[in-house]
Design a binder for this molecule. Structure first.
Ligand code: PEP
Ligand code: MG
Length: 753
């Protein structure tokens, strides 16, 4: 039998129908309203590749070096062609088409979804990797089933399995074919409060098909219903700009603007909420565990599309957040600086000068150095803490240590002179102090675990809360925060760690190798976050940073590099390197990383943006299809935002680290004027506020990715002014989520009082 009906499937049929199929079968059998459908079994796929004799060739084609992106692309193409070109046996074709014929009136629109069966793989990171096709009809059904089979060998899937050392021939794939619910409204429901486990049902709802809610492209309404009284405790009505619907003519799924009268309207009636809660209770009873459910409403009926257990309710009260900073030891304070990365650490000081060998830094030592450099990162990972003489909150040391979760105190002035190599010290990255001696009972730091919220599901906010990443190694920790995506991925670090200027590296290794380096760094982050969006910025390294690299002697000497040859101006002036970055983006899109977005740094005016856009088009990237935008880092860009919007940007992101320095004429790296550096200065806020207002009128999303996005006061200001998203440091994501929620609720209360 090539197919089985969902009615006949149970949750233990995983091998036969994969995870998605098994879960839908179980819901159907529990009597819940699931749209009807069937599954082309995993065995059907397996017999297809074996009987057609393509299996050996298939598995050897994908046995490639996964870091070699050219080989990966060739492997994908070979596998895809093998599967698409091998004929499907007549008996299988007939069975699938027969089953299709008995759905609806025989000409139903169906969803065709891959359902992989790899028992040992964590479902979460595996699930998103295969194809789903919506609104499929008889004409292309068989092709789509084969496309699902072939998607087992997408570049991403091959990369993922090779990286994890998971054999390709141990993974099978089933295909779910299910009647489409042409939903008028849809969303998700948690049958218990996902953070607290309280007896509350949380529902998120938007107009149209559920894709928009699940992928996070719209801000849904949010309803909280008490399970005890059945009453709607809060209903937060979002501004729903976009919806996903089926195009009547082409049958394809398209994004549409929500008609004006529905944009601010409440999606769910009390009766629909009642029905959802009722179904939620049934499904929770059936599984005997709180559930996270995808649902849709069609012609007044509520359907259930998927259900998974909520894995985040631990039932244990969190007591681990007793602030470590209150337990500082009694040693004298030796030095003070800026607390740049929170936490307390004790260890032996290792004075590292630029000439020193970093292998002197052992596990648990504290690095004491003038200023960190990209090539210190491996040692920074081993270290328990970091102390620098120079630098501010936006310096390399500060950014990298926050991302690694290593406590750091920067800008102490003379730590390298005051502290001796081998001294045992304790640093407090919250207070910015360095004390003599060791902290007793120092807790082991586990950076990934610490970043993971103790109440792991994020507070649901209409404003998205994202995270900044500068070193790909921090991707796992960043993703563990539960952030809605990456608001800024800097690629400077990837380039600086090459140890050579881009020009020198390309001279010695070729353009392809340079593109591959960028792809590999970005992919690490895009993979970890998929399908959450990752906003990647083109290169923005000032000449003084390049000068320290091999080949740096050719960099122009500049009086003030902050005002010099950096950001997009460098890219446009010298497009040969810039174009390679764009090539890397195009390749990432080709590989299926449709969650990658492009951001241009330090633009001043529409002419800059227009030129960047033209380069993008020449590199084969369609600006209409991809999300792209700019940083707002200069007053010129803020004041000229309407002209930038006219060029077609999707988003504008405030780089307050630079916007502050250029508005106030305060060099962000100059400690003599550090006390004048104020991101909350009224002039900076006015530029930001006016830009948000203009962007709202122009339909451009706004965000912040400067350091100030992690500060509560800035968060309040931005949410009050209607910013679309906020991108914070890894360690600040949780607090920012709560702050955003608090402000949103206040705004809501103000509007009804
Ligand atoms: C900024 O300017 O705020 C920003 C995020 O960019 P960078 O710190 O890399 O200059
Ligand atoms: Mg900047």
């Amino acid at each position: 039998m090539a197919v089985v009906w969902l009615d006949d499937v149970r949750s233990d049929d995983l091998d036969l129908v994969g995870g998605k199929g098994a879960s839908l079968g179980e819901l159907t059998s529990a009597g819940l309203p699931v749209p009807p459908g069937f599954v082309v079994t995993a065995g059907t796929y397996r017999s297809f590749i074996e009987d057609s004799g393509i299996d050996d060739e298939l598995f050897s084609a994908v046995d490639v070096d996964h870091e070699d992106s050219a080989a990966l692309k060739a492997a994908h193409e070979a596998a895809h062609d093998l599967i698409m070109e091998a004929p499907m046996p007549e008996s299988v074709r007939e069975e699938i088409l027969d089953a299709y014929g008995s759905l609806g009136e025989g000409d139903a629109f169906v969803a065709v979804r891959s359902s992989a069966t790899a028992e040992d793989l964590p479902d979460a990171s595996f699930a998103g990797q295969q194809e789903t096709f919506l609104n499929v009809t008889e004409d292309d059904l068989l092709e789509r089933v084969k496309e699902c089979w072939a998607s087992l060998f997408s570049e991403r899937a091959i990369y993922y399995r090779n990286r994890k050392g998971f054999p390709h021939d141990k993974v099978d794939i089933a295909v779910v074919v299910q009647q489409m619910v042409d939903s008028e409204k849809s969303g998700v429901m948690f049958t218990r409060h996902p953070s607290t486990g309280d007896e509350q049902v949380i529902v998120e709802a938007a107009w149209g098909l559920g894709e928009a809610v699940v992928s996070g492209t719209v801000s849904p309404d949010n309803y909280v219903v008490s399970r005890e009284t059945g009453e709607v405790e809060t209903a937060t009505i979002a501004d729903k700009k976009m919806m996903c619907i089926r195009d009547e003519e082409t049958g394809e799924t398209v994004d549409r603007e929500v008609p004006n009268e529905k944009r601010h309207a409440r999606v769910l009636s009390d009766a629909e909420l009642d029905r959802l809660v009722e179904l939620g209770e049934l499904v929770e009873d059936h599984y005997d565990a709180p559930q996270d459910v995808e649902w849709a409403v069609y012609e007044g009926e509520v359907y259930m599309l998927q259900s998974r257990p909520i894995t985040t309710i631990s039932g244990e009260e969190d007591d681990s957040e007793t602030t470590e900073s209150s337990s500082t030891g009694n040693g004298d304070v030796l030095l003070r600086g800026l607390g740049a990365s929170p936490g307390i650490a004790s260890g032996r000081a290792r004075i590292v000068t630029k000439l020193d060998h970093l292998d002197q830094v052992g596990e648990g030592d504290i690095i004491v150095t003038e200023m960190t450099m990209p090539d210190m990162v491996p040692a920074m990972k081993r270290a328990a803490g970091i102390v620098t003489d120079e630098g501010g909150m936006t310096s390399h040391a500060a950014i990298v240590s926050r991302e690694l979760g290593v406590p750091a105190v920067v800008g102490t002035g003379d730590a390298t002179a005051t502290i001796s190599d081998g001294d045992v010290i304790t640093i407090d990255g919250d207070k910015g102090t360095i004390r003599e001696g060791e902290e007793p009972e120092e807790k082991q730091r586990q950076p990934v675990e610490e970043a993971r919220p103790k109440t792991p599901v994020k507070p649901m906010t209409a404003t998205e809360v994202k995270v900044n990443v500068s070193i790909p190694e921090a991707a796992e920790r960043a993703a563990a925060t539960g952030a809605d995506g990456v608001g800024l991925l800097r690629i400077e670090h990837m380039v600086l760690t090459l140890g050579k200027t881009p020009e020198r590296y390309i001279e010695q290794n070729g353009e392809r190798a340079y593109v591959d380096e960028i792809i590999s760094g970005v992919r690490e982050v895009a993979e970890e976050f998929y399908p959450r969006p990752v906003r990647v910025r083109t290169l923005d390294a000032p000449t003084d940073e390049f000068r320290q690299l091999e080949g740096g002697e050719n960099e122009p000497r500049e009086h003030n590099p902050m005002l010099g040859f950096r950001g997009i101006r460098r890219g446009l002036d010298n497009p040969s390197v810039f174009r390679l970055e764009l090539d890397a983006f195009r390749r990432l899109f080709d590989m299926g990383y449709d969650n990658v977005e492009i951001m241009f740094p330090l633009v001043n005016d529409a002419e800059d943006v227009l030129q960047a856009k033209e380069h993008m088009i020449e590199a084969g990237i369609d600006p209409e299809k991809r999300e792209w935008g700019v940083m707002i880092e200069t007053p010129a860009a803020a004041l000229g935002i309407r002209e930038l919007a006219d060029v077609g940007i999707d988003f504008a992101s405030f780089g307050t680290n630079d916007l502050t320095q250029y508005t106030l004429a305060v060099d962000r790296n100059n400690e003599h004027v550090a006390d004048l550096y104020d991101e909350l200065h009224p002039a900076v806020l006015k530029l930001i506020g006016d830009t948000i207002e203009a962007c709202r009128e122009e339909g451009v999303k706004t965000s912040i990715c400067g350091q100030a996005g992690s500060k509560p006061k800035m968060v309040q200001f931005l949410v009050d002014n209607g910013v679309s998203s906020i991108s914070a440091n890894i360690d600040a994501v949780r607090d920012v989520q709560h702050e955003v929620k608090r402000v949103e609720q206040r705004l809501l209360l103000d509007s009804v009082r």
